[in-house]
Design a protein around this ligand. Structure first.
Ligand SMILES: [Zn+2]
Ligand SMILES: [Zn+2]
Length: 334
């Protein structure tokens, strides 16, 4: 059973690379795009971060910090938008997964600014607790299969990291509030500007199929569930999507995928909330019971299921990453 599943996954991985070899070379890039008035986004390969300005006093904050080794592109984006002298007043994290906090330590130190996250996300940002292990058995594509190699260990931001205020206000942003949207992680938050209904949802839901490397790199547009391999409480994830859909946002900008606007997106988001059961994986480590966490970190992790092939997947993931790194190396050598 395990062997045949592994074979299918390996075949699918190879098929994806053969079908679209350019996914490993053509999109190793960063791009900058406007999201809404005073909101800009940056895509780093497959993950997004955002810069938000206060129109009144031109101060600004950074939302999420992208990948490690990509801080230079963030400095350049900031300098281009606000000028080299205008440093942000804060960094706000939607959650602490490796692809959203890659450059946070470097940026916070260099800019000498505070970092804010929800109090339930603090254990993973202060070195107290690892996230529950990812679940590659939920499948859906190469990103899911490779998930055992993603970093789930905490970083330690020391005294720079502070909990967001309990009243929903966002330090450094006048027109925005944050909404606790757990499920993908315990202290996941989304940001919302009510006056023109702009929502930054982090990974509470995304606008591409995050488990598939092809969808991620090609940025196929689809309002989708949170990235499944990292989601450790599906019931909470459902409630969070319901909460966000009830806002009926006009613009959504997510952790992965393009920003989307208008009635088609609104209908898709509503559909996702109403039919969330259809997108919960049929089996997986966290499907029947969630991981349990509190302010001190993870307290309970459901046992591995018979479908949990984390260890062999780790080897497969390392091979895939090695292959991708080789393609990148060859591209830059040319
Ligand atoms: Zn995430
Ligand atoms: Zn993410």
């Amino acid at each position: 059973m395990l062997k045949s599943k592994l074979k299918t996954m390996l075949a699918s991985l190879i098929k994806q690379i053969i079908a679209k070899p350019d996914i490993l070379k053509g999109n190793i890039d960063v791009s900058l795009y406007p999201v809404a008035p005073h909101v800009w986004g940056m895509k780093q390969i497959f993950v997004n971060l955002y810069m938000i300005e206060n129109p009144a006093d031109k101060s600004w904050v950074l939302v999420d910090a992208g990948l490690k080794f990509f801080s230079k592109s963030i400095y350049e984006m900031a300098a281009g938008l606000f000028g080299e002298e205008e440093l942000p007043s804060a960094i706000i994290l939607t959650h602490g997964h490796f692809d959203h906090i890659g450059s946070v330590k470097k940026l916070a130190e260099e800019w000498d600014v505070p970092v804010y996250a929800h109090r339930l996300e603090m254990p993973y940002l202060t070195g107290m607790s690892s996230y529950p292990p990812p679940d590659p058995s939920v499948g859906g594509g190469m990103m899911a299969y490779m998930s055992p190699v993603y970093r789930s260990k905490p970083i330690d931001l020391g005294s720079r990291i502070m909990p967001l205020p309990e009243d929903g206000s966002v330090p450094g942003l006048h027109d925005w509030k944050y909404i606790h949207t757990p499920g993908h992680t315990p202290g996941h938050i989304s940001l919302y500007r009510e006056k023109d209904k702009v929502l930054i949802s982090g990974d509470a839901f995304v606008t591409t199929k995050a488990e598939s490397a092809v969808s991620l790199l090609m940025q196929l547009k689809k309002v989708s569930r949170p990235p499944a391999y990292f989601t450790s409480d599906w019931n909470a994830a459902r409630q969070s999507v319901e909460k966000l859909a009830a806002l009926n946002p006009d613009t959504v900008a997510t952790g992965h995928g393009h920003p989307l606007k208008g009635s088609k997106m609104q209908a898709s988001l509503k559909r996702l909330a109403e039919n969330f059961s259809d997108v919960i994986p049929s089996s997986g480590r966290y499907v029947n019971a969630p991981a349990v966490a509190d302010e001190t970190g993870v307290k309970y992790i459901p046992p591995r299921t018979e479908n949990d092939y984390a260890r062999p997947m780790k080897i497969l993931g390392l091979v895939a990453i090695g292959f991708a790194a080789f393609r990148v190396y060859r591209r830059f050598r040319k």
